[in-house]
Structure formats: C-alpha cells, structure tokens
Design a protein around this ligand. Structure first.
Ligand SMILES: [Zn+2]
Length: 165
C-alpha cells in the first residue's frame, strides 16, 4: 500500500509517491511534495533491516577473523574496520531518520505510480514481497535464509550419510 507522508519543508501532509525504482538489493520510493517541490528518496524499512543485518554479519565475520589471531591487527586495518562499522551505522540511521521525519499521514486508495519502472530486475518479485514487511522482519530475514540453507545442507548430508553409504 502506498502512503502519503508529511513534508519536512512545509509540514503539510502532502508528500506523494511519484515513482519506485529497483536498485541491486532493494527498491527506492521517490516522493515529491506538490506544494514546495521538496523531494525525498525512501528505502523501505524491511530493506533497511536486511542491509543492516547483512552488514552486521559481514562485519562480525571479518572482526572474528581480525581479532581471533594472536597478532593484533595493524593500525590501518583497524581504521578500515572502524570506518566500515561507522558507515553501516550512519547509513542505517540516515535511512531510518527519513521515515521518522516524514511520518505517514494516510494510505493511498489506489497506487499513484506504477509499482516499478525498471522491471528487468531479476529478483524484483522477492524484493518487493519482502519490502511489504517492517524493519524487524528485515532484520530476521538474512538469519532465516542462512538457517534454511544450513538446514537443507544438513538434510542433504543426512540423507547421503543414511542411504548412500
Ligand atoms: Zn512541502
């Protein structure tokens, strides 16, 4: 369901969705205020959650490798690691703040814009489906996916071991 949001510039409940584009891992909703022509790019909350969790897992694995050895990582490695952590936090907070600053005022009865312009995206359907959910669901999804993949490989290993040995 597409929403009407409050404009940060003129504070009117007038920000309308004008288009929705696919990026590599998520879609972006473009809003525009017809009163003052302020524009806004909004990443759906579910995708913010997914990006945050995937980033966190990647940084966690990297950190585990970095700090598990007996040697302390060098200053430059440590700095790059710190920048990666800060970038992830900044990106997530910026994206969430946009939702906070432009609260939903009303649901649109009918979609104003065509759902997605670039329809050639290979994973359009699953991405748009996931983005119907909220931030928490987004956080959980990468973990669920890993659990499913591990579960399937465990099951394949079990079947192999039981019936083919
Ligand atoms: Zn405005």
């Amino acid at each position: 369901m597409q929403k009407i949001r409050q404009c940060t510039n003129c504070n009117k409940p007038s920000m309308m969705p004008v288009s929705r584009k696919m990026q590599i891992y998520n879609s972006v909703l473009n809003y525009e205020c017809p009163e003052c022509h302020t524009k806004l790019e909004l990443v759906p909350m579910a995708s913010i959650g997914i990006q945050f969790m995937v980033g966190l897992l990647a940084i966690g694995v990297w950190g585990a490798i970095l700090f598990s050895g007996s040697m302390m990582p060098g200053t430059i490695t440590f700095a790059i690691f710190g920048i990666a952590v800060l970038t992830l936090l900044a990106m997530t907070i910026t994206n969430i703040l946009k939702h906070r600053r432009n609260p939903v005022c009303a649901d649109l009865e009918a979609p104003l814009v065509q759902e997605v312009e670039a329809s050639a995206h290979i994973a359009k359907r699953p991405i748009l489906w996931m983005e119907k959910f909220g931030f928490l669901a987004g956080l959980i999804m990468p973990i669920l996916l890993i659990a499913v993949v591990l579960g399937i490989s465990a099951a394949i290993g079990y079947i192999n071991f039981t019936y083919f040995n």
